[in-house]
Design a protein around this ligand. Structure first.
Ligand code: A2H
Length: 254
């Protein structure tokens, strides 16, 4: 990784009220958001679900504006030094829980074409990066595509984590960026080319990421949204700025 801090866009995915039950019931009545760190704000149109690590430790943290954001402790501590809490450096943790408590949570995510997307289990999430919550754009992220393919293909995996069929099965990818070399959804194409069989094929998935990630920026053309038809490299920053201005995202560095 590079030197110096990495800046992410933290996408605020609003949890539907009816999901603040069970372990999350102490949060009922609050404005609760799952906070996902992304480097690809321009792909947020294509979100189909989001991810949590079932065994991961998460918390619900109160921000200065009263919003409650769900992430790991480390990210909450970092954010507390980035002018998002009432007092600099002071974290207000309302609740702690494992990632399993988030599985099946329905959220409304900024820019997403789909109105209602679900939080699903991903085994490869690193808890020492970002927030531990990841948003899923299977059209453009090989890792997201394979994690979703695994859930679609493996009933036993769904059963293990209590994932209902309707949280997974209805969604095809939502193409949002055209790349001349790959067409309208680069991730499924590259995963097929490299014959990747599951989310556990680390080396191949790194290769798939390498093939697609930079091209999305240099060659990508927007297929959706206010900047439809325009090159990603010219509008990426504008789309990020729109999300931030609308309150759908904040900047986060670590
Ligand atoms: B990206 P970098 Cl469409 N564990 O967002 C595993 N992966 C994580 C994570 C964590 N704790 N936190 C964030 N990420 C993912 C979109 C996307 C992303 C697309 C294509 C590529 C891509 C939708 N998922 O990332 O190690 C998030 O997925 C490829 C680099 O800091 C985030 O951006 O470089 C990216 O990894 C940050 O990875």
């Amino acid at each position: 990784e590079g030197v110096g801090p990495q800046e992410y866009v933290l996408v605020k995915m609003r949890v539907y009220d009816e999901c603040l039950v069970g372990e999350l019931s102490p949060l009922a009545g609050r404005d609760v958001f799952l906070a996902a760190a992304t480097l690809r704000p321009e792909t947020m149109y294509g979100q189909t679900n989001c991810w949590a690590l079932p065994d991961g430790d998460y918390g619900a943290f109160e921000m200065a504006n009263g919003d409650v954001m769900v992430m790991c402790d480390r990210a909450a501590r970092n954010l507390a030094f980035q002018e998002h809490t009432k007092e600099p450096g002071v974290v207000n943790k309302l609740l702690g829980f494992k990632g399993t408590a988030l599985i099946g949570c329905a959220v409304k995510s900024p820019l997403a074409v789909l109105e209602r997307i679900y939080c699903l289990p991903m085994m490869t999430i690193l808890m020492n990066k970002g927030t531990g919550v990841v948003t899923s754009v299977p059209s453009d992220s090989p890792m997201d595509f394979m994690a979703l393919s695994d859930l679609k293909a493996k009933p036993a995996l769904r059963e293990k984590f209590g994932v209902k069929d309707e949280w997974v099965m209805p969604f095809e990818v939502v193409p949002c960026v055209h790349i001349p070399e790959f067409g309208d959804a680069c991730a499924p194409i590259v995963c097929e080319q490299l014959k990747i069989k599951s989310q556990n094929e680390k080396v191949k998935l790194e290769e798939a990421k390498g093939k697609t990630y930079l091209k999305g920026f240099t060659d990508g053309i927007m297929l959706l949204g206010a900047h439809k038809g325009e090159p990603v490299k010219l509008v990426k920053q504008k789309i990020r700025d729109i999300m931030i201005a609308d309150g759908g995202a904040i900047v986060y560095s670590e």
